[in-house]
Design a protein around this ligand. Structure first.
Ligand code: ADP
Length: 507
């Protein structure tokens, strides 16, 4: 472990996230929730992470070690009594050890889906109770272990209730008198909104259920609870921090976010350089480094083989890995598919999600099996192969809070073509706007429309085919960029200090 950052005293931080790599992952939140605690630990903080123990965690194939920590903790939720246990595990790397706590509940978490019932594709109807118990367990964990956190760092709507519940709890319980909350928004569009009938289950006084509190158009919003009651709010890029204060991106929360502007900070995500290391990645067939980028061609061959399309030297392979949702720009991709096919490029897609996109792209794949390769589902190994083996990576997102894949791409020498929004705008530098100091790393477009997307992609394909020097320069610029978590972890530590300095009781 490196020595603690001189500016910050070591703090105790309870990090709440409902998905953490490698235990459970549906998207970028899991990557962040594994890497950020490690980076904070390296700054000298005592960071412990609590997540639910889902049904698949602890299965033999996962090779995860769990031990019993606390047994038989009971909660009354509505008319029901619910018994939970806490298990303990750890994320161990060459550099750090992160203490993990797993909330076990037969009633609520022994399921194969995280938030969605895999059989019906719909949200679990008791998600309000599931994540209420999760929030209550955070307090119970600290009290039973006699561990007073300085900060409870909550992430997304699933832990949004914590700041509200804590505000009420401290009125009668001095244990948490000095504890502050930070709430990070990874995606504002997922809000955890429930009917008003959820409110009585929370055990909060009626004055929390107002438009200034956690009420959102007559519903109980767990996300809004986090935004309204946390001591500080962060989100995952500077541009997204600005965007979410506008009606276009604010999903109805723009008013409250504008009100809390002084407490809202944009901190760009980093990438986990131990998991995403092109020089040591066991998922790819050859190492890739700025000194020797030649391994990419073998990775491309291997990718084509894995995706069932023929390999052909000089043909650009376009990659895309994303939840099949409207957010990710699959409608734009569908609109320009004829142009892509005509250009002779090949396309590989990895994703799971909306049936409308599964149907649409299955059809296209069947019609053009030589040019389109698709894998529907969640597949970590393939995700690494796509980052390494593609020439160009596509992210035409309608909005993108931070986005990790464009950073993985650049780190693996793959050139991103992205819409200029959120974290994509903050990380990818277009050839046309690059300066001598920054240097280009990709291609961007502004307007969310198919024409603009195709114009950017056409520029990329042309550069790949005709300007080897520029291409190589862009690859090196991306690969040499510092995407590590260190800088961002320091920014989180600054936010912690800021809230702790406010109204902290004198010893
Ligand atoms: P989001 O969090 O909105 O889904 P991000 O780009 O921030 O998008 O992060 C997505 C993460 O999930 C990346 O690590 C990406 O590689 C991974 N991912 C997304 N879909 C899949 C999939 N089908 N299989 C494997 N990994 C996936």
């Amino acid at each position: 472990m490196t020595s603690p950052h001189p500016e910050f005293p070591p703090r105790s931080i309870l990090f709440l996230s409902t998905e953490v790599y490698p235990y459970a992952k549906t998207g970028g939140l899991a990557d962040v929730s594994s890497a950020l605690p490690q980076a904070l630990r390296e700054l000298g903080h005592d960071v412990r992470v609590m997540m639910p123990k889902y049904g698949f965690i602890g299965e033999k194939k996962q090779k995860i070690h769990l031990i019993n920590r606390l047994q038989g903790i009971e909660y009354k939720i509505g008319d029901k009594y619910v018994v939970t246990n806490l298990k303990s595990s750890a994320i161990l790397t060459q550099k750090t050890r992160i203490q993990m706590y797993m909330l076990e509940s037969e009633d609520y978490f022994e399921r194969m889906g995280l938030y969605v019932d895999l059989a019906t594709g719909k949200d679990y109807p008791d998600n309000d109770e599931r994540f209420l118990v999760y929030a209550l367990s955070a307090f119970e964990l600290c009290k039973r272990l006699l561990w007073k956190p300085d900060i409870i760092h909550c992430n997304d709507w699933q832990s949004g209730l914590v700041p509200a519940l804590l505000k009420e709890l401290v009125k009668n319980d001095s244990f948490f008198a000095d504890t502050k909350t930070v709430f990070t928004i990874h995606n504002l569009a997922y809000q955890g909104n429930f009917p008003a009938s959820t409110f009585p289950k929370l055990g909060l006084p009626q004055d929390y259920f107002t438009p200034d509190g956690l009420e959102f158009y007559g519903k109980v919003s767990y996300l809004k609870a986090g935004i309204a009651y946390a001591d500080a709010i962060t989100t995952v890029s500077e541009t997204y921090a600005e965007e979410i204060r506008t009606p276009e991106f604010g999903s109805g929360m723009e008013g409250l976010l504008t009100k809390r502007k002084r407490d809202l900070h944009g901190i760009l995500n980093g990438i986990d350089l131990l998991v995403w290391d092109p020089q040591k990645d066991i998922n790819i067939v050859r190492p890739i480094s700025p000194e020797d980028i030649s391994g990419k061609e073998a990775c491309k061959q291997d990718l084509c083989f894995a995706m069932g399309i023929p390999y052909s030297e000089g043909t650009p392979v376009l990659g895309m890995i994303a939840r099949l949702s409207d957010q990710k720009g699959f409608d734009l991709l569908a609109e320009i598919i004829d142009n892509i096919l005509k250009s002779g490029a090949q396309l590989v897609i990895l994703g799971e999600g909306d049936k409308k996109y599964v149907d649409l792209f299955s059809k296209l794949q069947k019609k053009h099996p030589e040019q389109i390769g698709i894998h529907f589902g969640f597949h970590d190994n393939l995700a690494h192969k796509i980052e390494a083996g593609s020439d160009i990576f596509l992210m035409p997102s309608a909005y993108e809070p931070c986005g990790l894949n464009q950073m993985y791409s650049m780190h693996y020498g793959t050139i991103p073509v992205v819409r200029k929004t959120g974290g994509l705008a903050d990380t990818v530098i277009d050839v046309e706007s690059a300066t001598r100091r920054t240097g280009p790393t990709g291609f961007t477009f502004e307007k969310y429309d198919a024409k603009a997307f195709w114009k950017a992609l056409e520029r990329a394909i042309k550069a790949y085919q005709t300007d080897k020097k520029l291409w190589h320069e862009m690859q090196l610029n991306g690969m040499k960029r510092d995407f590590s978590w260190n800088r961002s972890a320091v920014k989180y530590a600054e936010v912690y200090e800021k809230v702790l300095s406010r109204g902290r009781k004198q010893a």
